[in-house]
Design a protein around this ligand. Sequence first.
Ligand SMILES: [Fe+2]
Length: 247
Amino acid sequence: MRPLLLLTFFAITCTAQYGQSLDDLPKIVDNSTAGSSTEKYVLPPLPYEYEALEPHISAQIMKLHHQAHHQAYVDNLNKALAELKEIQGKEEMTVKDRIEALEETIHFNRGGHINHSLFWKGLAPGGSSETGLQGDLEKAIVAKWGTADELSTALFRTILGRVRGSGWGWIVCNVDTQELSFATTRDQDPISLPQLVILGIDMWEHAYYLQYYNNKQSYLKAIWAVLNWKEANERYASCLKHTSTSS
Ligand SMILES: [Fe+2]
């Protein structure tokens, strides 16, 4: 295997971090091809019903987002990984361009799968006990930003200012410093160590357009009501316990 590919696979398979790695996501063994079996990633189920986040996020958006968009990232990732496995080891120059294209495809769909898997778990029905700031995370947020309203104002300003096209807005924690901050990524680029995802907000149009059209501010206010701060607090606890060199 060429060094570039070796590094790629090391990055994919050896950085299991709290849902930020493919290693943390479910797979099945596919025996549908005679004489061979391969492992494939599968779409993780939502931890709630499609209509559970209404009226903030419509069931129509949730169903399309999960069943069509997230499923496509999983399918395209599986397809690209299978093709890469088939041609890896071949040294002919004719496959070099194809390998580079596959690596880009894998990077994009791997990010899409990871980001959405984190996103679904970071949401909860509005008004449920999960949707209020809690625990050590609440204390850290109060110490840094003051109130939940001040946090949301600063977060929305950052996201709306930095995400120009398709991308993601994040609250992250640095595992070395335990510092909370905001981050944005383009397309389906994921968050990587030393940053650990506390919560992510999908800013692709497919996440909001059917309900909020081009009003990103209204979408952000709606998604704020269904953020799962219980899950976020558990992720923050992981951040407080780990460093980038200890895992
Ligand atoms: Fe999405």
